[in-house]
Design a protein around this ligand. Structure first.
Ligand SMILES: Nc1ncnc2c1ncn2[C@@H]1O[C@H](COP(=O)(O)OP(=O)(O)OP(=O)(O)O)[C@@H](O)[C@H]1O
Length: 545
């Protein structure tokens, strides 16, 4: 052993040595996500406004569906003017003293230049409009550019869902990585932090708390809770938590956050999201409202009602057990720690799908010496658990069934497309359950031609576990299949000129997202790529053709 490798003796600390301070630091989960908010879709104020809307909407849908209630969801985005915001945070409006200190300061010369440019642009657009050409949105002013464009918004989402137990509300919203959706099942959520991230963002951008009202069926009170989150300790910081009279026998939840956002740059994404959600969820009623700051005259109120078209709701996804070929070592250890079963035979039969008694006995026989059906499962050593894991990876098991999944259904997908796009032709298809790494998945697809508000060319609508995916579409298996692997001319479709809608919805107990944003599914997963391509498009296009 060289000198370097020898364990070094530590010198005993003398009284005169400075006290030892460990450099070791810890981050709470809330701090981690506050520092890395882009992971959860809170990259900038605009995207944060978009992500807040979608997280609240998806929670509301989950909640109504969980009690088989046809969802009615009202989303309101209100722009809050400076004076109102200052009043909310208890700050007086401050007259600027040194104008040149501010980012939006404009010299007289640059103001003149900008106004002239805007004038010429407006002239050009008026000319285009008179010729029937497409007109762009109004020219941006300097004050609207960059950070200056962000404003404060109150986002409210109200539903007719399950509501929440009074005492659980603070932890549901004020403790990162706590929730009711962590079992193995098809879920809309991607990270398990949606509403909590919206709260972290409100805390970071406006400092204002989240306000939750909720009531459960038959409850004679409405829970009212105002809270923020102690980021350092990852615990709720409750401002008010009380029971109020439930005069109207309401059940559901209303969640309200005040955040910094950017409507101008994310308006179309938010509206696309709502429309795509209406396509994949035609049994829900969505009311979307945008209320501009009354002091800013160039923006208009928007109210869009996405009406319900059917009462047929897909069955609620069912929580399922793990398939032996989908588990890793950590998960096996966790299942062992949590199981109520005593011996190995019972454990294998009870904690996994597709392991019956005789298969469990054969597997135990194959594990080798030291294993028997009666082996106490909690006494398994790390080496023995590795052996079980190895065998799970090598052995042949029946595929998991797709019964636990909740696809949109061909009928609903078709209705959704017809109701939102009103196409001239539509064909839809629903595939059977298939398997990827021990997780069942189902692909459904649709193709439409023509319709209202549909752009010329290919309009691709992607859905994963019945939520729209709007970002990072370049690498997605659906985009690639549609753009590169289908010869549209074979079906007499002009890819550039026809108004083509392509809809692909994938549901699974695990969506194999790529990228940190979880916004696309790679096309390198053989099973999924094959299911998207082989099954659907030739069939659909033949129907249309
Ligand atoms: N509108 C709502 N109605 C009923 N319960 C809700 C509602 N919104 C949130 N919750 C409850 O609060 C919990 C935390 O919500 P949050 O959005 O932070 O995480 P999540 O929903 O579990 O994860 P994800 O957003 O990734 O699906 C949820 O698990 C749910 O139990």
């Amino acid at each position: 052993m060289s000198d370097d490798e020898k364990p070094k003796k530590t010198k005993p600390r003398s009284r005169r040595d400075p006290p030892e301070h460990s450099a070791l630091q810890q981050k709470s989960p809330a701090e981690f996500f506050a520092d890395n908010k882009n992971i959860a879709g809170f990259d900038n104020p605009g995207k944060s406004l978009y992500t807040t809307v979608r997280e609240l909407v998806e929670n509301s849908l989950d909640s109504a569906e969980s009690i088989s209630e046809l969802p009615v969801i009202e989303v309101t985005i209100e722009e809050i003017g400076k004076i109102q915001f200052y009043a909310m945070i208890g700050l007086c409006d401050h007259e600027r003293v040194d104008e040149a200190l501010y980012e939006d300061y404009e010299t007289a010369k640059s103001r003149e230049k900008r106004l002239r440019k805007d004038f010429l642009k407006q002239e050009r657009e008026a000319m285009n409009a008179s010729l029937g050409k497409k007109v762009q949105e109004p020219a941006s002013t300097k004050a609207m550019k960059g950070r200056g464009e962000t404003s404060i918004f109150r986002v409210t989402c109200k539903d007719n869902g399950r509501g929440m137990p009074h005492d659980d509300i603070p932890n549901m919203f004020g403790r990162v990585l706590s929730g009711t959706k962590y079992g193995l099942k098809q879920t809309r959520g991607k990270f398990g932090l949606g509403a909590k991230m919206a709260l972290i963002w409100s805390k970071m951008s406006t400092g204002l708390p989240i306000v939750i009202s909720s009531s459960m069926r038959g409850q004679d009170f409405v829970s009212y809770c105002k809270l923020d989150i102690d980021i350092r300790r990852n615990i709720p910081n409750i401002h008010k938590h009380e029971k109020r009279d439930n005069k109207y026998k309401w059940h559901g939840a209303e969640v309200q956050v005040v955040i910094e956002g950017n409507w101008t740059t994310y308006r179309s994404k938010i509206l696309h999201y709502m429309r795509q959600m209406a396509v994949i969820t035609p049994y829900a009623e969505f009311i979307f409202k945008y209320v501009p700051d009354p002091d800013v005259s160039d923006k208009q109120n928007i109210t869009i009602r996405f009406s319900r078209r059917t009462d047929a709701m897909p069955p609620v996804p069912v929580e399922t057990k793990h398939h032996p070929s989908s588990v890793d070592l950590l998960l096996i250890k966790r299942l062992i720690a949590e199981t109520l079963k005593q011996n190995l035979l019972q454990f294998l039969q009870h904690e996994f799908v597709n392991i019956g008694k005789s298969l469990a006995e054969r597997l135990i026989g194959e594990m080798g010496p030291g294993f028997s059906p009666k082996t106490a499962v909690k006494s398994l050593t790390s080496e023995q658990i590795i052996r079980i894991h190895q065998l799970f990876r090598q052995a042949k098991f029946d595929d998991p069934s797709g019964d636990c999944l909740s696809p949109a259904g061909e009928y609903n997908l078709r209705l959704g497309i017809i109701k939102e796009l009103n196409p001239d032709m539509v064909a839809t298809y629903s595939g059977s359950a298939q398997v990827f790494e021990g997780h069942p998945f189902i692909v459904e697809a649709g193709v439409s031609l023509g319709g209202k508000d549909v752009k010329q060319g290919l309009n691709i609508f992607r859905f994963a576990n019945r939520i729209p995916l709007l970002f990072e579409q370049g690498g997605d298996v659906v985009t690639r299949t549609v753009l590169k692997r289908i010869n549209w001319t074979n079906y007499k479709i002009n890819q550039a000129q026809d108004k083509i809608g392509v809809f692909v919805s994938i549901v699974s107990t695990k969506i194999p997202f790529k990228g940190t944003g979880k916004e696309y599914i790679g096309d390198d997963i053989r099973e999924i790529a094959a299911a998207v391509k082989v099954e659907h498009f030739p069939f659909l296009l033949n129907v249309i053709y």
